[in-house]
Design a protein around this ligand. Structure first.
Ligand code: ADP
Length: 463
């Protein structure tokens, strides 16, 4: 069987006894073990000068190869082009997109460094799977070095509407570099359609019935592969002692009160401020719920080096302070805003203790939190998922209460409806959602992508 080489910005191979890792990491790690794979990426460390020599390690039959980057690389490629240009733009926030030529140069340089370092590790029949927006031009660099392997790319975040993408300087160069892959995967049919829209309207290309996309003198395959969670593992950890402890603690503090839960990285795409305002609206429009419900918002700090993230933290502190100041009583406050990260076991217990899971991003490639919330529920007395229509997950999770996160009235109404929903309806909706989460899980996603890539012939086009 061909080896699988996974390339992503960061590498997070789980280590025995190490910190808990996310479902995606577990799924990729399992695939790599199965295919005798290699996982290549940035170590997260900074070195005074780039050496081009990877650190090699074996973990559970997987070769883990990492490189250190220079400080300038981190500033221009990671904080700059990836997180100040592509992330906001692809999440429809052109107001927060700040482009500098140096960022573009740093992005190209680091992609070149990735290619140069991984190239000697590749064998002729390896299948290469590149992940996410940090590494869009990687295949082009590898092709320049003569690599003819099958190379697939999966975008974990949304693909923006063509009208937005054209605000990016050199957008055509970026998109044309995707045509050096054999297969390009998106989370949903919507993001795929936005990509195809660009290809047809901007690049003068064409989309064929069999999923082939032609432009820039090349033909590739593009399709949607919605990502899932490791549902089986999640239903197991919800029975762990740590999950039980966090469930008991949350249930004890919530006696006679219903808990609503939100779990997110602090990011402007997650709609946290709008969510807090929806809680305020809920209390205003349903005074009977005052002192009867609270939102537990677990919010982990992320990308603290990027200015927009510092701004949003200050804003969220102010909004929660104002709402709590207006409504809190001696032993109750409407929003418990907890700035830290929790292990998966503890999170599973919190999800299970919450009557409503509140997942209201303004834009999200998929969103795994909604799927985790569903997987953690008690089948005999499940909670209700309130889900933004702008999360990729909404395309698969129609039995959730689907809301417009920009409308605080809409979100408040859905929360009130969820809190009041008869048990039979909760069970019916949950069973349908859980079936989807269980069958379209992380392994299903991974196997579908790898199989689709495997079927394609090796690259024969002129390079
Ligand atoms: P994103 O990848 O944009 O952060 P997703 O919803 O796709 O959003 O994935 C988030 C993952 O990170 C989920 O697995 C979730 O459980 C985890 N996570 C988010 N916030 C926290 C937190 N505060 N503590 C622990 N895990 C978190």
């Amino acid at each position: 069987m061909a080896r699988l080489v996974v390339i992503s910005n960061r590498v997070a191979m789980p280590e025995r006894g190490g910190a808990s890792v996310g479902g995606l990491t577990m799924a990729l790690a399992a695939a790599l073990t199965r295919y005798e794979g290699v996982w290549f990426g940035w170590s997260g460390e900074v070195a005074p000068t780039f050496t081009g020599v990877p650190h090699m390690k074996q973990t559970d039959g997987v070769t883990v190869a990492t490189i250190d980057l220079e400080e300038q690389d981190v500033q221009e490629y990671y904080n700059g082009y990836a997180n100040t240009v592509l992330w906001p733009l692809f999440h429809y926030r052109i107001d927060l997109t700040h482009y500098e030529r140096l960022f573009g140069k740093g992005y190209a340089r680091v992609n070149c460094r990735f290619a140069e370092t991984v190239r000697p590790l590749l064998q002729p029949d390896d299948i290469i799977w590149v992940h996410d927006y940090h590494l869009i031009p990687l295949a082009r660099e590898l092709r320049r070095m003569g690599c003819r392997n099958r190379i697939g790319f999966f975008l974990h975040i949304p693909w923006p509407a063509p009208q937005l993408l054209t605000t990016l300087p050199r957008h055509s160069d970026l998109v044309s570099s995707l045509f050096d892959y054999d297969l390009v995967g998106f989370q949903t049919a919507d993001w795929l359609a936005a990509f195809q829209g660009y290809v047809v309207d901007e690049a003068g290309g064409e989309v064929l019935d069999d999923g082939a996309v032609r432009a820039f003198g090349r033909s590739i395959r593009a399709a949607a592969f919605p990502i899932g969670i490791d549902a089986q593992n999640f239903t197991e950890i919800v029975r762990s002692p740590e999950a039980q402890r966090s469930y008991d603690r949350a249930a004890a503090t919530g006696v006679f009160r219903d808990m609503i839960v939100g779990v997110d990285r602090i990011d402007y795409s997650k709609g946290l401020e709008e969510r807090f305002l929806a809680i305020e609206e809920l209390l205003e429009s349903h005074p009977d719920l005052v002192e009867k419900v609270f939102l537990l918002q677990i919010a982990q700090t992320s990308r603290g080096d990027v200015e927009a993230y510092q701004d949003i933290r200050a804003k969220l502190d102010a909004v929660t302070g104002r709402i709590n100041g207006a409504y809190a009583t001696v032993d109750w406050s409407p929003i418990r805003y907890v700035n830290r990260s929790y292990g998966r076991d503890a999170l599973a217990g919190l999800y299970r203790a919450a009557k409503v899971g509140l997942v209201t991003p303004l834009r999200d490639g998929m969103n795994l939190v909604g799927k985790e919330y569903v997987a953690a529920q008690n089948p005999e007395d499940p909670g209700v998922l309130v889900l933004s229509r702008f999360a990729g997950a909404a395309t698969q999770m129609g039995e959730a209460l689907i809301v417009n996160p920009y409308s605080r009235e809409d979100v408040a109404d859905a929360i009130a409806r969820g809190l009041d929903m008869p048990k039979a309806e909760r069970i019916r909706r949950w069973e349908s959602l859980f079936h989807g989460v269980q069958t379209q899980d992380a392994a299903w996603w991974r196997d579908a992508f790898v199989a689709a890539l495997h079927q394609l012939p090796e690259t024969s086009a002129d390079l």
